[in-house]
Design a protein around this ligand. Structure first.
Ligand code: NAD
Length: 498
């Protein structure tokens, strides 16, 4: 059985593993590898490697850092197909989706290549007579990144390219469900010339995470995952004196106003609801149809779902793959019966959707639609994180905005309309971090920042873009005087400019 182990100090870990986890191929239901789970000693070894590499790395010039990032970018681009294949094999998403994930991660690497420009400070000459002032940004130290299963390459790449470009060293704790892609990324960093210990990968579960959150030499933590764990990471990390950004779960609404182009809206709802089997933090899971479009919209969605090809991610004909694990598949499917028991209508039952070319042992669930859902039903209040679209019908624009804003989550939202004024008002009123207008998955480009509001983000800094640079650096302001014959001698007063 293949063993996946840690990458510490520029090489694979050679120690024994006391605990391991199973890594599945979701399309066959078979175990494809064993992944090591870090002990406290291995957490310490990874942090020590990062701490040891820090002083030299933060002294490396910005030009040299940028050259290494360019080299890494080229290597990731060259190995994109290999990375995508690893993602498909362990996560289950279809090949084109896995390739898209790698491409979006690469955009952050490309943004980080511009680090000399991003770290420029400000300079003011003569803030007082003969005195100059300037601001600089310096690395925070050893940074830990803890990431979820649904984007095993892209979410880590939201974090480490910028953290490393800013002069920090990094310990990545990827999801134990699909851990192979980060191992390949570590090898590519080494090939790009990154010094040993600047990027480390530590595999494991809660024990590894808690070890990082409480380790005195970890200065900052970036987390992406579910809301309960995000809250735990934020509270524990902050209690141990760390800077923390913890991105949590989501329940993303798509509001369809009566004047919307219903074919566009139906295409968008199906793409954003069932792409990657609904296992995206920006997936649309609540479709809010403003009267009277509900029946027409649901009919168009059903028609499109009927034509979707569900099958193994590695099969180029598949449009939707399996779910990541058997327990997750069963939990998602349980919301179909729960929804019906609570009064919803099962408009499309994904349990009977044909699976083309898939093994019966795979973790399959086809696209499903629960209609006439209300805000009290568990299929609406819980994050399902699978291919289940809930349709809620409301009477007015105002009711739609109230519903969206009453949600405890605030990751993404989309409005579909042909009325620019209505869209503009919606953008202003939605209490949500990322808003789409006739765009169902409004994921910001790398040079903007990604993040939600409310229970979708603990901490106040979003990831990548200029907020990412701020998170991975500390500001310092320098006031300097080079003595001039007119320096003025002793003065016990508070410094004021003159
Ligand atoms: P998860 O919260 O179960 O796991 C995330 C990470 O935390 C993993 O590395 C895991 O090993 C670790 N972990 C799990 N339980 C832990 C515990 N009790 N204590 C400490 N660490 C723990 O999330 P997941 O199932 O891997 O990913 C899906 C979730 O991630 C969904 O809720 C989704 O919305 C969310 N997500 C959010 C965003 C975003 O940008 N807001 C992006 C992607 C995914």
């Amino acid at each position: 059985m293949r063993r996946i182990t840690h990458w510490i100090g520029g090489k694979p870990w050679t120690g024994e593993a006391r605990r391991q986890g199973d890594v599945y191929d979701p399309a066959t239901g078979q175990i494809r590898a064993k992944v090591d789970f870090a002990t406290a000693a291995e957490v310490s070894a990874a942090v020590a490697a990062a701490a040891q590499a820090l002083p030299a790395w933060r002294r490396v010039s910005l030009s040299r850092r940028s050259q290494i990032l360019f080299a890494f970018r080229e290597l990731v681009r060259r190995h994109s197909a290999e990375l995508a294949a690893l993602i498909t094999a362990e996560h289950g998403k279809v090949a084109s989706d896995a390739a898209g994930e790698v491409a979006r991660g690469l955009e952050v690497v490309e943004f980080a290549c511009g680090i000399p420009h991003l770290l420029k400070g400000a300079f003011s000459e003569n803030v007082s007579t003969g005195v100059d002032s300037y601001s600089i940004r310096q690395p925070v130290g050893v940074v830990a990144g803890i990431t979820p299963f649904n984007f095993p390459a892209m979410v880590p790449m939201w974090m480490f390219p910028l953290a490393i470009a800013c002069g920090n060293t990094f310990v990545l704790k990827p999801s134990e469900k699909d851990p192979s892609a980060p191992g390949l990324l570590a090898q590519l960093w080494a090939e790009a010339g990154l010094p040993d210990g600047v990027f480390n990968v530590l595999h494991g579960d809660k024990a590894a995470v808690d070890g990082l959150l409480t380790h005195p030499d970890v200065a900052a933590v970036s987390f992406v995952g579910s809301t309960p764990v995000a809250r735990h990471v934020y509270e524990t990390g902050a209690a141990h004196g760390k800077r923390v950004q913890a991105l949590g779960g989501a329940k993303n609404h798509m509001v369809v106003l009566p004047d919307a182009d219903l074919d566009l809206a139906a295409d968008a709802a199906v793409s954003a609801g069932f792409g990657s089997a609904g296992e995206r933090c920006m997936a649309i899971s609540a479709l809010v149809a403003v009267d009277p479009v509900g029946d027409d919209l649901v009919a168009r969605i059903r028609e499109r779902i009927g034509a979707l090809r569900v099958g193994p991610g590695a099969d180029e004909r598949s449009e939707m793959g399996p779910l990541v694990t058997r327990p997750h598949r069963d939990r998602v499917a349980s919301y179909l019966d729960a929804g019906v028991a609570q009064g919803a209508t099962l408009a499309v039952d994904g349990r009977v959707h044909p699976v083309i070319g898939g093994s019966p042992e795979g973790f399959w669930l086809g696209p499903s639609v629960l209609d006439h859902v209300t805000a009290r039903m568990s299929c609406y209040t819980d994050e399902i994180f699978g291919p289940v679209l809930c349709v809620l019908r409301v009477r007015s624009y105002e009711a739609a905005v109230d519903l969206v804003n009453a949600s405890p989550y605030g990751n993404g939202v989309a409005v579909f309309t042909c009325d620019g004024g209505a869209a503009r008002r919606f953008v202003s009123q939605a209490q949500i971090g990322m808003v789409g207008v006739n765009v169902p998955i409004p994921v910001p480009m790398a040079y903007y920042s990604f993040g939600g509001w409310k229970a979708s983000l603990f901490g106040d800094t979003h990831v990548h873009g200029t907020e990412g640079v701020r998170f991975y650096t500390r500001g310092k302001v320098v006031t300097s005087r080079w003595l001039d014959p007119s320096h003025g001698g002793v003065n016990l007063g508070f410094p004021v400019s003159s």
